[in-house]
Every structure is written in C-alpha cells, then in structure tokens.
Ligand binder design. Structure first.
Ligand code: UFG
Length: 330
C-alpha cells in the first residue's frame, strides 16, 4: 500500500517524500507544479503531474494505485497573497480540499495528514501556544486552513475519515538534496541568505516597534526534516487505528528578526545589510509553539532544533543551488 503525497514537489512536501522513502514507505506524488519543482521530487518516486482540484485526476489515481493514506501539502500559503486574492485561497485550500475528501471517501481511503498552520491562532493571547488556545485567524490564508480543519472534523464524525492536522510554525532549513525555492520568495531565512549570496542588496526588516525584546517579530523556526518526521509519525498513528488529532509543530523557542540576521551573519561571514521598513500587514508580534502534545502522544522528538544548524543547512543548500532548482524548473 502506498501513501499519496499531494504537493510532494514543494518545499516541505519534497522533504517529507525523502524522509518517507528513508523510512521504507511506498510513495506516489501528485503535484500540478504550479509552485513545486519536478527536480525536488526524490529519484525513483512516481510523480503524477496533475491537479487535485480535478475529481477525474484523483479518481484515476485511487483506481490505479493501492493508496492507503494521503498527505496533503497542496495549498497556497502566502498571507499577503491571500488578502489580495482571497478567492484563489478559498478555491484552492477549501474547494479543492472538499474534492479530495469526496474522492478519498469514494475510494474508501480514510487516512489523511493535513498541513495546517500557526496562522489559525491569529494574534495569540499568550505564548507558547497550545492547541486549545483561541482560534482567530487574521488573514484569509489562516481562515481557509481552519475551515478545512473543520471540514475534516465533520468528515470524521459523519464519514469515518481520520486525519492528523499539523499546525506548522516557521519551517526552515534544508536537506542535502532539497531546499526552499519559492518564486517570489517572501520568507525571512531564504531572503537573508539571498542577501548573503549577493543576490539582494539588503534585507527589509518589517517593523522594529513590536512589543518584543528588540522590537522585531519573534518566530519559532523548525527544521523541515523535523517537520517531515512528524508526518511519518502521523501516518503510523492513523495506520495503527488512532483517532483524529491536531498538533502544533515548533521548537518552543522564539528568535527575533534581528537575532536571525545576527546568526546568519555568523554562519555566512557576510555583513548582510538590513534596513527597518514599516510593519507588514497581518504579522503577529510573537509566535512560539508548544509542541508538548505531539511529543507526549506520538513521541515526536525534534533532532535539528538548533537555529544555527537550521540556517547552516539552508545556507549550504543555497550555495549548492544558487539559482534554486534552476532555470529549467517550473
Ligand atoms: N520578515 C522581514 N523581512 C522580510 C521577510 C520577513 O522582516 O523580508 C519578518 C516578518 O515580518 C516576520 C518574520 O520575518 O516577522 C518571519 O516572516 P516569514 O514571512 O518568513 O514567515 P511568517 O511568520 O510570516 O509566515 C509563516 C508561514 C506562513 C504562516 C505564518 C503564520 O510562512 O505560512 O507563519 O503566521 F501563515
């Protein structure tokens, strides 16, 4: 039996595919390559180029392959874009998600691991954030992810589809072969490294008047390999008959934008110039996860929590892939 990884050519998806293979799992990838890269899919893995919004595509896959579980990464995930193009987010993150659930149920596939986000909490009332804290997304992205979590809750109650929703905090870092390559890039660590690599002149720091220790936003950065490992535990939990769960995934430690800059300067040996710019709309001041629940329930143990190592791994990948996955990539 195989695991279908939808969005397996994207950043977190491609690393999860790599880790699943390493764990001896049988994997098939579905990706429309709108934001992912063919080159990111580990060698030997079947890549089906297609869209999960299409019932025909999903039906064919479930018909042709013995799929036991689905891991769903194929959502849009940019906060700012979600405010400019909200319908794109509702269509892709919710409507296409419903199509997936319908087709899974028709095919009697009833195990799903879903990439959710810290954005479901909005501006938290306290940190570290536990899963039972108020859910109050401040942007369409977070709202669409929360909506799909709710759909999954109904799909379990009414249809017996069991799921694990993983609420990621800030994914970062790389493996030997897979790293972060977005177009456009909006995430802090890759942008900082682009400055270090001479591809950008300086970093724009979005706001230095937040109620944090140095005025810049605090985030909980988690190595993409540790994130990927949580998906394997989630699949095994569902395979073992476990019920639906929701888990935060972070290291429980927060770093300011200025601290990330300092560490990146030390790792790269580059001065990385930066200038303070106005706040970016919708950025919460501080997001730090409590991951106690997944540690306790599933025995998840982040192995690569050191922020220097996270940035070092991203820098190493960046140096080996100065143009990301390359001009030929999608
Ligand atoms: N930042 C800058 N300059 C930049 C880019 C980012 O100062 O050029 C700052 C941001 O303001 C923020 C921090 O760096 O304070 C991290 O920003 P990212 O864009 O890397 O990540 P976010 O925390 O905004 O976003 C992440 C995920 C989203 C998720 C969100 C939850 O990428 O998918 O956390 O709020 F929705």
């Amino acid at each position: 039996m195989a695991t279908l990884v939808i969005g397996g050519a994207g950043y977190i998806g491609s690393v999860t595919v790599e880790q699943l293979l390493g764990a001896g799992e049988d994997v098939i990838v579905l990706d429309n390559l709108s934001r992912g890269h063919r080159e990111a899919v580990a060698e030997g893995v079947k890549l089906i180029e297609g869209d999960m919004a299409s019932p025909a595509v999903l039906k064919r896959i479930f018909h042709d392959h013995p799929i036991e579980a689905v891991v769903h990464f194929a959502a849009h995930s940019l906060v700012a874009e979600s405010m400019i193009h909200p319908l794109r987010y509702w269509e892709n993150n919710v409507q296409a998600g419903i199509t997936l659930v319908r087709c899974m149920l028709e095919a009697q596939v009833r195990k799903l691991v879903f990439s959710s986000t810290a954005a479901v909490y909005g501006e938290p009332t306290q940190v570290p954030i536990t899963e039972d804290m108020p859910l109050a997304p401040t942007n369409t992205y977070g709202l669409t992810k929360l909506t799909f979590e709710r759909i999954l809750r109904d799909a379990e109650r009414a249809n017996g589809l069991r799921s694990v929703c993983l609420r990621y905090f800030n994914a970062a870092g790389a493996t030997e072969r897979a790293g972060e390559d977005h177009d456009p890039e909006t995430h802090l660590i890759p942008l900082v490294l682009e400055v270090a690599a001479g591809k950008r002149e300086k970093l724009a720091v979005f706001g230095d008047d937040y109620p944090t220790r140095d005025g810049t936003c605090v985030r909980d950065y988690i190595h993409v390999v540790d994130l990927a490992e949580a998906h394997i535990l989630a699949i095994r939990h569902l395979r073992g008959g476990g019920d639906s769960r929701i888990y935060n995934l972070g290291n429980g430690k927060g770093f300011t934008v200025r601290e990330i800059l300092e560490i990146a300067r030390a790792v790269t040996g580059h001065p990385i110039p930066a200038e303070i710019r106005p706040r970016r709309a919708g950025d919460p001041a501080t997001l730090i996860a409590s991951s106690e629940r997944i540690i306790r329930d599933l025995g998840w143990r982040p192995q690569l929590g050191d922020i220097r190592e996270i940035i070092r791994s991203a820098w190493s990948w960046h140096q080996r892939h100065p143009r990301g996955y390359g001009a030929s990539a999608h």
